[in-house]
Write a protein that binds this ligand. Structure first.
Ligand SMILES: Nc1ncnc2c1ncn2[C@@H]1O[C@H](COP(=O)(O)OP(=O)(O)OP(=O)(O)O)[C@@H](O)[C@H]1O
Ligand SMILES: [Mg+2]
Length: 409
């Protein structure tokens, strides 16, 4: 039985929801409340499996309620209900830890599907793991996996995939996930997730040797699903302040505190990109279905090979595949001599909606095909990785030598 707490300040809405849910044999309304404060008290009393809450309410609004529940009762996930036009609230609610949202008016089927989805996910995760309100300074025993997205050609979808993959990883597993924007001049992670850009990697530079888990925790923004985000500098000229040593230090520190460190990059083989590649357990080479993009993917794979990167750690991701291209999966695999790990569909409507609203499509459109593919990719990464490319810690002499060789330094 899935036990629900309904929180809404309009009595007729509470009654309607209660009636709608009474038709379901596996769902029970365990309590109702007329504002956020009552909702919190009631949640502590009845310990519901799911809290269904409105946004605008007196005393304590739905966003504050979500924050409090995430911190105090992580086993009671929140579904937010709001009206069209409250997108900004929705985004804040998701960042506060809400698992799902429903736009009013919604149908009986949409309501029940959202409840079952959140419940299923919660059961899969268990509640023993990460709680969104918990500070991220607890030390882990093994260093986390670095997953770097790379492409030879720009604009192929690295940032879109990095942001959605990070959120999918956080949602699908109990893992702590960090996302680092190393597209230092023109990083887009902040806009794609509509994050507050008051702190960034420039604060890491300013910290010098004083960087530790606590300071890093303050520097990281919080994105959907509790993903912690290291943003790129606010302005391109500040990128020059960041050097390879900073990148090495910050990735190392992130690995100590997070199970997965997803890294978005700019499409050039700068020294710091190579630094991350050397630390990476997974390298996602992203390509589009155009001749220049495939050519650049081939060159990228060649460079990775010359860097001695194990090909088992490389996942080839083909983005915007829509069946109208001259390339099919077989021809790409033949040309690039690598299996395709994921074919991400071209979904302009869903992607456009997500980018416009600064929210990941994996939460905005959980039922879409593009979400299914990204979740599947997260599943492939979430499994034990077969071969580590870079062992934790500094790269071995062999790799150092190769990198210097490649760039003649
Ligand atoms: N699967 C897709 N379906 C529809 N549109 C897509 C898809 N993937 C990417 N796009 C569009 O392409 C744009 C570029 O994507 P994105 O910014 O993620 O690329 P990038 O590789 O990070 O670019 P850069 O190299 O400039 O950082 C996105 O704003 C999005 O609108
Ligand atoms: Mg990008």
């Amino acid at each position: 039985m899935i036990r629900i707490l309904i929180v809404d300040d309009i009595a007729s809405t509470r009654d309607n929801l209660q009636k709608l849910l009474s038709f379901e044999e596996d769902i029970e309304v365990a309590g109702t409340a007329g504002d956020g404060r009552q909702g919190l008290e009631e949640a502590h009393r009845v310990r519901p499996d799911i809290v269904l809450t409105d946004v605008n309410m007196p005393n304590m609004d739905g966003i504050q309620l979500t924050e409090r529940l995430a911190a105090e009762l992580p086993a009671s996930p929140v579904i937010i209900m709001s009206v069209q036009g409250e997108r900004d609230y929705l985004r804040r609610a998701m960042q506060a830890g809400a698992r799902e949202y429903l736009i009013k008016p919604f149908s009986h089927d949409e309501l029940v599907a959202a409840i079952r989805r959140v419940h299923q996910l919660e059961q899969k995760k268990g509640t023993a793991g990460r709680t969104p309100g918990e500070p991220d300074v607890a030390r882990k025993s093994a260093p986390g996996d670095v997953i770097v997205l790379f492409s030879g050609k720009g604009g192929v979808g690295k940032t879109l995939l990095a942001t959605n993959l990070a959120v999918a990883l956080a949602n699908e597993t109990k893992a702590r996930v960090a996302l680092a924007d190393l597209n230092l001049q023109f990083g887009d992670v902040g806009v794609m997730l509509a994050l507050d850009h008051s702190r960034s990697i420039t604060d890491v530079v300013d910290a010098g040797d004083g960087l530790d888990a606590e300071l890093l925790n303050e520097i990281l923004a919080t994105g959907p699903g509790g993903v912690r985000v290291l943003l790129a500098p606010i302005s391109p000229e500040l990128a020059d302040l960041v050097n390879t040593e900073h990148v090495r230090t910050v990735i190392g520190e992130l690995r100590k505190n997070y199970d997965y460190v997803v890294v978005d990059t700019a499409c050039h083989l700068a020294e710091f990109n190579l630094e991350v590649i050397e630390q990476a357990q997974r390298i996602l080479v992203v390509t589009a279905l155009t001749i220049p993009a495939i050519k650049d993917a081939k060159l990228s794979l060649k460079v990775l090979e010359s860097l001695n990167v194990d090909s088992a750690s490389i996942l080839l991701v083909v983005n915007r595949s829509d069946g109208h291209s001259d390339f099919n999966r077989e021809s790409i695999e033949q040309t690039l001599r690598h299996t395709v790990a994921a074919q991400v569909p071209h979904e302009p409507r869903i992607v456009g909606d997500a980018v416009t609203h600064g929210a990941p499509f994996v939460t905005l459109h959980p039922e879409s095909e593009i979400t299914r593919v990204v979740r599947d990719l997260a599943g492939q990464i979430g499994r034990e990785h077969p071969v580590a490319v870079g062992a934790p810690g500094p790269p071995g002499p062999e790799k150092q030598r190769r990198r210097r060789g490649l760039f003649g330094r």
